[in-house]
Write a protein that binds this ligand. Sequence first.
Ligand code: 4NP
Length: 165
Amino acid sequence: MSNYHNTTGKRLLFVCLGNICRSPAAEGVMKALLRQKGEEDEWEIDSAGTGRWHIGDLPDRRMRLHARQRGLELDHRCRQVCTDDFDRFDYIIGMDSQNIADLRELAPSPEAEAKIIPMGRFLDPIKGFDHVPDPYYEGAEGFELVLDLLQDGCQRLYRAVTTEK
Ligand code: 4NP
């Protein structure tokens, strides 16, 4: 453990619909970023889905392939988001507006609801997306776009949560 960067690790949960494409990719991107900074041990990073179709599965084969081409190994096992997650994490980051609506419905208290933030807030405005689009029914470009948005967005997210207060 090192306090060299003078940051305090946070607990971040990334959430999408299936927890096999976008949120495990966000988890992998964020962990790689923290590993590069030597801060991995100070943070807790996880992902979950609002749906339950793929519980126990590895991320989608296409997502793993595109991530691997960028040096990221995605080994998360799919799980469904639950009310306990609002205690376990500081921030719960939804990939699109439906994820955000579903999370708000699940939040057990106003304090819990305040932990929910849209990933869209951290996306590069030049890229023209206010959410991370679902690649499940898309081709290779959809998966590449998700990784492009997340690799830039996670850096902005890191800066936002380490510079506040
Ligand atoms: P994700 O993508 O929410 O980014 O994991 C999806 C994965 C699976 C399904 C939908 C979206 N599905 O309908 O099974």
